[in-house]
Design a protein around this ligand. Structure first.
Ligand SMILES: [Fe+2]
Ligand SMILES: [Fe+2]
Length: 285
């Protein structure tokens, strides 16, 4: 057991400066997502003012995914071509990836973003496939494991102990986190996103993404992210030493009325969208 108590851990996680606020564009997008009365043009204006986000939106709009034979030169043209939700997802991804650009110690950062982006993309496709009354799958997918970045960057000794224990005992990282810290990356992710004042539907989904039936606010959204997390693990484990992946909750599959055929029908779309990751994470050419 580490010397850190849970309350000391929580206090330290909440004090982290770079985690204390979120870029305005993310907050604005979440506001529009959660409030049908909010004006989507505010988000578009905010995006247009950000040259990095704009450049990446245009690059994706002009990529093979969208046909690549048009000449999309403005965000408003990109909105017409891709739809507003897609433009928002690009802005969210770019903002989150750049906010946490500092290298990680115990895992490959690119693989970590690959896992998060795959989870986000899968969650978004799933919520449409099952006609869920939710549009937060993408953002929760992106942020679901954010607690692991906090653990790696702010609690390196404890995190090293967690990875070593998982490997030595052949247990999941989640279980090793519980044994070493008494909490998991789910709790840490919950603390920081609550600090950002994200709506409870998002923070609860982050807290319960490994145990969707324990969640209070939305077990449909949480189940979607839980299944998407399991699916995206097919793209590889970002923590190289992870010994055993966490088992998926079968009841989440049942709740969503999913089977492997339905999941396979999404595979093509998801793998094509994964090609955008390098544009989203990379520097603007
Ligand atoms: Fe997780
Ligand atoms: Fe995950």
């Amino acid at each position: 057991m580490a010397a850190l108590t849970v309350s000391a851990l929580k206090e330290r996680a909440e004090r982290i400066k770079e985690l204390s606020t979120l870029p305005g564009v993310i907050l604005r997008i979440l506001e529009v997502m959660n409030n049908p009365m909010a004006d989507a043009r505010d988000v578009e204006r905010e995006i247009v003012e950000d040259p990095v986000i704009t450049a990446k939106i245009l690059k994706i709009a002009n990529s093979a995914f969208y046909g690549a034979n048009r000449d999309i030169s403005s965000v408003s043209q990109a909105v017409v071509l891709m739809g507003f939700a897609e433009v928002q997802n690009i802005a969210l991804s770019v903002s989150i990836f750049s906010r946490f650009a500092e290298p990680t110690r115990m895992f490959d950062r690119h693989q970590f973003w690959e896992h998060c982006f795959a989870t986000a993309t899968t969650a978004e496709a799933l919520q449409r496939r099952v006609n869920a009354q939710t549009n937060e799958g993408f953002v929760v997918g992106l942020l679901h494991d954010i607690g692991r970045i906090v653990l790696d960057q702010q609690f390196p000794n404890e995190f090293r102990e967690i990875v070593t224990l998982a490997e030595a005992r052949k247990i999941s990282l989640l279980e090793a986190e519980r044994r070493v810290l008494g909490v998991t990356h789910c709790d840490v992710g919950y603390w920081v996103t609550e600090k950002w004042n994200l709506p409870p539907i998002l923070t609860d989904s982050i807290l319960f993404h490994h145990t969707p039936f324990s969640c209070r606010e939305s077990y449909v959204l949480t189940s979607i992210v839980h299944v998407a997390d399991a699916v995206s693990k097919a793209f590889g484990n970002y923590i190289k030493k992870e010994a055993v992946p966490s088992p998926k909750d079968e009841s989440a599959f049942r709740l969503l009325n999913l089977d492997s055929d339905k999941l396979m029908s999404l595979a093509d779309l998801i793998s094509k969208k994964m090609e955008h990751l390098d544009i989203l994470v990379g520097s603007v050419a």
